[in-house]
Design a protein around this ligand. Structure first.
Ligand code: ATP
Ligand code: MG
Ligand code: MG
Length: 529
């Protein structure tokens, strides 16, 4: 319920609703199953969900835009279904553009017969050049019979067929280049389709399939990112030419982030090159990636919906993204203590307890609901080199959750090897300058942890025109330290989010099991990186 409230609050900023909503609203999210959903897709999916389900009590369709078998896979399709569910998005109906291949074929046939489309075997580069210059293709005025014959060749994937495509006869030289006879059908015989196998040897383009299927499926409002705005007249042309039911267009801004590539083609490359561990790598801007990094789904939803329906494309900083997550996790993340192995300094408490003992302490100082943990006390502690190197002999410091102590002896320097402390529990913890974390070596089984911190995948905030993106993949993006954590960490489970005192927030990627250390991922807070 809290999630819903947050959603509605964010939604309240959508003062710009949709037009013509009296007869109901049907929106659709049309992902191509050619990769895992990223945070940009999350925006598209959440906006469609918001309008359909929150604002207008309408219908949300999930349509797999699967007409390019070379890029698409069942694995991606399954992952998209799961990720939408994870975000709490429940489509009322799922469909596939590939279910419309026969229908689309017939529409294309009709376009050809009515003189609205023609077959063209112009070389790709020449075609691009002619479109730029507004020159008509040599095939533009071929007869309907000729065009139908080639279409048949394409359908059969013959040699002639493969050399051709079908183009809509819109315009040769419209100032809007999207209107210059766009391609609507092309052959693809190389890869069987993950749903229709080898039934089809040619496939409609998105430009052609989208308006038709939107209209046939009853979509009332088609939400599209603004880079499609130039193609809106083209979409309209198909509806008009084929005398199909009208659909409203509603444009919204793409979401971009600094030092982040959101193109599935590029993300696929990072996965295939082994730059990352997979689509759910914590450095990836996928929904799975940011979740694995420690972003909660409710913070993700909230953040995205708060971006509002603005049409200005801005490149966002990750700061606010992670700051909104911190607000969510800070009040509930249990506190644990850790010391980096490489920095551990032995400390003997000369007047410490002869026998180790434990005490129950709150896991979160301000939130008793988080529960309690056992803190072990003994004569033998480890402290952090970074803290200890600032100590002076005779100084009074505070051992957090215990009390004050005098620093009696410091052995070694740079690095310090060990120290002696003398408890002074009557001392005022408010008066000390240094409050340090510590762990008792006795009275508990410390838990080993591999603690990872990550940096951006890209080394440049925003690529410039002409930059080759692969030159800007950041090679130093993963840092690991070995740490020891208090024994309570043994009970942590995968996905738990904790705070390591004075270090930051971490997500448990792998819990401790059978003496194997656990794996923790640092969660950005929006402050530093
Ligand atoms: P890519 O270029 O990575 O393949 P795409 O736009 O082709 O992305 P689709 O699967 O076709 O990917 O996208 C599904 C929906 O998500 C579309 O409506 C698309 O406009 C939207 N979308 C994709 N990227 C973003 C983004 N960065 N911000 C907002 N919406 C996006
Ligand atoms: Mg697409
Ligand atoms: Mg794309």
């Amino acid at each position: 319920r809290a999630k819903k409230a947050a959603l509605s609050k964010a939604g309240a900023s959508y003062n710009m609703g949709l037009q013509d909503t009296e007869k109901g609203v049907v929106t659709r999210f049309p992902p191509e199953p050619s990769g895992y959903l990223h945070i940009g897709h999350a925006k598209a999916a959440l906006l469609n969900d918001y309008f359909a389900h929150e604002l207008y009590k309408g219908t949300l369709l999930l349509r797999f835009d699967d007409t390019n078998p070379s890029k698409e896979k069942q694995e991606f399709q399954d992952a998209i279904v799961e990720d939408l569910a994870l975000m709490g998005i429940r489509p009322d109906k799922t469909s596939y553009t590939s279910d419309f291949l026969q229908t689309l074929y017939e529409y294309c046939m009709r376009m050809i017969k009515e003189g609205h489309a023609y077959a063209d075997d112009t070389e790709q580069e020449t075609m691009r050049d002619e479109r730029m210059k507004g020159i008509a293709s040599k095939n533009r005025d071929n007869s309907v019979e000729q065009n139908l014959a080639v279409f048949e060749e394409m359908k059969n994937g013959t040699e002639t067929g493969l050399k051709n495509c079908i183009r809509a006869k819109m315009s040769v030289d419209n100032p809007n280049k999207a209107m210059r006879d766009p391609v609507i059908y092309r052959c693809n015989v190389d890869t069987p389709h993950h749903r229709t196998g080898k039934t089809w040897k040619m496939y409609p383009t998105y430009d052609f399939a989208c308006p038709i299927v939107d209209s046939l499926e009853g979509v009332t409002h088609a939400l599209r990112t603004t880079e499609y705005t130039d193609r809106n007249p083209q979409y309209q042309w198909f509806l008009d030419t084929l005398k199909l039911r009208q659909v409203h267009m509603w444009d919204f801004a793409r979401m971009n982030f600094i030092r982040t590539e959101l193109s599935k083609r590029k993300l696929t490359k990072l996965v295939e090159a082994g730059t990352v561990w997979g689509w759910d790598d914590p450095r990836m801007p996928t929904i799975r990636g940011v979740r694995r990094r420690g972003m909660t789904i409710s913070a993700l939803r909230d953040f995205i919906l708060k971006q509002g329906p603005s049409r200005n494309i801005v490149t966002m900083d990750w700061t606010n993204f992670w700051a909104s997550n911190k607000k969510e996790i800070d009040p509930i993340a249990p506190r644990h203590t850790s010391v980096d192995v490489i920095n551990a300094v032995k400390a003997v408490v000369i007047n410490g307890p002869d026998k180790p003992y434990t005490e129950d302490k709150p896991k979160h100082a301000k939130n008793p609901a988080v529960g309690t943990k056992k803190v072990a006390f003994s004569k033998n502690l480890i402290l952090d080199q970074e803290d200890v190197k600032l100590f002076q002999e005779g100084e009074e410091i505070t051992l957090m959750s215990w009390g004050n102590a005098f620093v009696r002896k410091i052995n070694g320097s740079n690095p310090i090897t060990d120290i002696e402390l003398e408890l002074h529990l009557e001392g005022d913890v408010k008066k000390t300058e240094k409050k340090v974390t510590w762990l008792s070596v006795d009275g508990q089984d410390l838990v080993k942890a591999d603690v990872y911190e990550f940096d951006y995948l890209m080394s440049k905030d925003k690529l410039d025109e002409g930059d080759n993106w692969e030159d800007f993949v950041n090679p130093d993006n993963c840092f690991k330290v070995d740490a020891l954590c208090d024994s309570n960490a043994n009970d942590l489970k995968e996905h738990d989010i904790i705070q390591l005192e004075r270090k930051g927030y971490f997500r448990v990627d792998k819990p401790a099991k059978d003496n194997q250390g656990m794996v923790l991922f640092g969660i950005p807070t929006g402050k530093s990186k």
